[in-house]
Ligand binder design. Structure first.
Ligand SMILES: [Cu+2]
Length: 134
């Protein structure tokens, strides 16, 4: 039963992302709803627009704290939160910010592994993985 719901959810998410991709066509963005950003010198930049993050993978280095500078280019409020996994324990929960605002989310050093990041307000549309290597 659980597997069936997961498959249904994945199918639903796929339908949503392809719909938003076609809506964004002509915008010049080939990676809407996808993309990878890497933490460089302890910093990464993430943004949101059209109820989507501009990346679904954040690559970080094990054992090194980093800061996500999050800019909300949307009309809706968003935040960035990191959990051990979807529905797992909270690692850091960034402030919810309105469109046009920017906030910094300080992330303590993580062990190697894969974590889950999400906008707590739009968990169905806005999430991705924090991949920590090193
Ligand atoms: Cu959101």
């Amino acid at each position: 039963m659980v597997l069936t719901s997961v498959i249904a959810l994945v199918a639903l998410m796929a339908a949503c992302s392809s719909a938003s991709e076609s809506a964004a066509d002509g915008d010049g963005g080939d990676n809407t709803g996808g993309g990878t950003i890497a933490v460089t010198d302890g910093a990464a930049e993430l943004s949101a627009a059209d109820i989507a993050f501009d990346a679904n993978v954040i690559q970080a280095v094990a054992g090194e704290a980093f800061t996500i500078t999050f800019t909300n280019n949307d009309s809706a409020p968003h935040n960035v939160a990191i959990y051990t996994e979807e529905g797992g324990e909270e690692i850091v929960v960034g402030d919810v910010i309105d469109g046009g605002a920017t906030t910094e989310v300080q992330v303590d050093a993580l062990e190697a592994g894969e974590y889950f990041f999400v906008c707590d307000i739009h968990p169905g549309e806005m999430s991705g993985s924090v991949v920590v290597e090193g």
